[in-house]
Write a protein that binds this ligand. Structure first.
Ligand code: ADP
Ligand code: ZN
Length: 298
């Protein structure tokens, strides 16, 4: 018999709640917009109350927009903390689900979840360490090493790393409310829209901005390579639908590294090293299943 898990992809725009055994075996799903915490979490609980009985759920995983408190010793463990999303600052998530559903809850950032899903199900070579970037409404990075999502003081915030900007080429001040021209400030979808007054997906694929965006993303990859030395870097999210970005990023990473990191994955196989998600746009949703399953091995 299959073992089913509850999976919650908790995004700033929408919640996707589903029941699945693994990415190939989904049995039900509901989507609704992220409104107030009360309304949104109530709908979530109502859905899973029914599903729990029907599918004998053993655990729930939540892959959540952040920042989050992931420190199990903290009084606000399992909370969304200092999010700029109106009404959602310091919202308890894990405690509410545990109390209302009486199930164990696995909880992590959406990008750590996606990184874990890519590690488990999008990793035919069995690499041991992986960085997952999403470049979408925001930019975020998840890191998995040895099958475990990395936490530290808080959790990785690779979307806000600082990059060099050539203001002559790209005079834009940046979209990040905290840092202006950090990686997210220069590469998120809304920053592209702010530069040109129309959504990123409406720009032609040979627009000069793509080379500039690829340059910033290459800098981010180089920082990850030099800091973490991951065995794979996955770039997902809406902006990466522009597939022409990949070869531009590959070339620029090689140029920036300048032969310093001498590994065949980089020098000979960079197109297999920095890749789109194997799970496509499902890595976020699959992340929540992975976080629920991870409770089994604890
Ligand atoms: P979210 O980050 O909200 O989960 P997405 O990853 O889909 O969602 O990112 C949405 C952002 O990606 C928007 O800013 C949108 O303009 C941009 N985007 C979506 N599709 C494309 C595309 N084909 N090309 C470039 N940008 C895109
Ligand atoms: Zn920032």
């Amino acid at each position: 018999m299959m073992k089913y898990y509850g999976a919650i992809e908790a995004g700033g725009t929408k919640f996707v709640c589903s029941v699945a055994a693994d990415p190939e075996n989904y049995v039900s799903e509901i989507r609704f917009p992220t409104t107030t915490p009360e309304e949104t979490l109530t709908r979530t609980v109502e859905f899973f109350r029914e599903q729990k009985e029907k599918y004998h759920l053993s655990a729930i995983g939540v892959s959540c927009f952040g920042p989050l408190d992931l420190d199990k010793k903290s009084p606000t463990y399992g909370y969304i903390t200092t999010t700029p999303k109106v009404g959602w600052g310091f919202t308890e998530v894990v405690g509410v689900l545990e109390r209302e559903l009486d199930l164990p809850v696995g909880f992590d950032t959406d990008v750590n979840g996606a990184a874990l899903a890519e590690y488990k199900w999008g990793n035919p070579k069995g690499v041991n360490s992986l960085v997952y970037y999403t470049i979408g409404t925001g930019v975020g990075a998840g890191v998995v090493i040895g099958g475990v999502p990395v936490h530290g003081l808080v959790h990785p915030e690779g979307g806000h790393i600082l990059v060099r900007q050539d203001k002559e080429q790209d005079p834009y001040d940046g979209f990040c409310t905290y840092h202006g021209n950090c990686l997210e400030g220069l590469c998120c979808g809304p920053s592209i829209q702010a530069r040109f007054g129309k959504p990123a997906q409406e720009l032609p694929e040979d627009h000069p901005i793509w080379k500039i965006i690829a340059g910033y993303l290459a800098q981010a990859c180089v920082s990850q390579i030099c800091q973490i030395s991951p065995e794979k870097i996955v770039l997902g999210g809406g902006v990466m639908e522009q597939k022409q970005l990949f070869p531009l990023i590959h070339q620029e990473v090689l140029r920036l590294l300048n032969n310093y990191v001498k590994h065949p994955m980089i020098l000979e196989h960079i197109d297999e090293y920095i890749t789109p998600p194997a799970l496509g746009n499902r890595s976020g949703a699959c992340g929540a299943i992975a976080l629920a399953q991870a409770l089994d091995s604890q």
